[in-house]
Design a protein around this ligand. Structure first.
Ligand code: ATP
Ligand code: MG
Length: 262
């Protein structure tokens, strides 16, 4: 589903070059729920913005759902993003002047979908996140947890194959965070592929697989043992090698870790 090989991302200013990602290799399979952890500034958001085609990378490869993203122009990238990816941010990113219904409508309008179909989808997704009764509320009239559920509804309404969440519970109290996490878990059970950045070790532990990023490189990767067995059983080269290799690295002390950042 999401396949990055030896990817690098360099931010250049006049005086310094920062490697936000280096030799970054990850394979997220369809239907996986992956939690990404790592210190501040380690490259987690950079990873998600590149994964979401919001930003270009400097070197290496990124295949999204079998498509080589390197050769795409801006229009092709936008289309692919709109078709396949849903985004949830820590800060919700709702439009304050639009009510709940209209916020969720934004990506559908962008697709040029007919009104009746948009309405049907918005009602269905609102029911799913439990906010049907808040349809005409504005973001400022709702709690943080409710706003995040609207943001998730907006991410889901286009039925994306891949949901990318950057600290979706970062601005929520424990109770609300649990509600959002339960919603993500429900989506996962429904077949969605989810990559979630979080600072919360308890939430990370609930994901199927955990990826740790330090200084722009994946240094540790633990997988649900059942998943590793499945992958080995299928004998699928790339994913099995990636998971198995990193698993061994994690057990034996990850090799080649933490290169000094420029
Ligand atoms: N637009 C930019 N220009 C220059 N450097 C950047 C830019 N965006 C990110 N960086 C640098 O890239 C590195 C990775 O940043 P990133 O935002 O991916 O970290 P993060 O792991 O998401 O951190 P946090 O947990 O604080 O959100 C940092 O050193 C940061 O300073
Ligand atoms: Mg970040």
């Amino acid at each position: 589903m999401l396949d990055m090989k030896h990817l690098s991302k360099i931010y250049r200013t006049e005086v310094v070059e920062t490697y936000a990602l280096r030799d970054f290799t990850i394979n997220v399979r369809e239907g996986e729920f992956v939690a990404v952890t790592g210190p501040s500034g380690s490259g987690k958001t950079t990873f998600l913005t590149i994964a979401g085609l919001l930003e270009e990378f400097s070197g290496g490869e990124y295949w999204l759902d079998g498509v080589d993203t390197r050769g795409l122009n801006d229009r092709q990238r936008s289309r692919l993003r709109n078709e396949k990816i849903g985004f949830v941010f820590q800060s919700f990113n709702l439009i304050p002047d639009l009510n709940v219904f209209d916020n969720i409508d934004v990506p559908l309008r962008y697709r040029g979908m007919p009104g009746a179909e948009r309405k049907r989808r918005i009602h269905a997704v609102l029911e799913r996140v439990g906010l049907t009764s808040r349809m005409r509320h504005y973001p400022s009239e709702m709690s943080g947890g409710q706003q995040q559920r609207v943001a998730i509804a907006r991410a889901l309404v286009g039925e994306p194959r891949l949901l990318l969440a950057d600290e979706p519970t970062g601005n929520l109290d424990t109770h609300m965070a649990r509600g959002v996490m339960e919603l993500l878990e429900e989506l996962h059970r429904g077949g969605a592929t989810i990559v979630m950045v979080t600072h919360d070790p308890d939430l990370a532990a609930r994901a199927q697989r955990q990826v740790h990023i330090i200084d722009g490189t994946i240094v540790e990767l633990t997988a649900d043992p059942r998943l590793v067995r499945e992958e080995r059983g299928e004998g699928e080269g790339g994913a099995a090698a990636a998971t198995g290799g990193a698993g061994r690295g994690a057990q034996g002390g990850a090799p080649g870790t933490t290169p000094a950042k420029v």
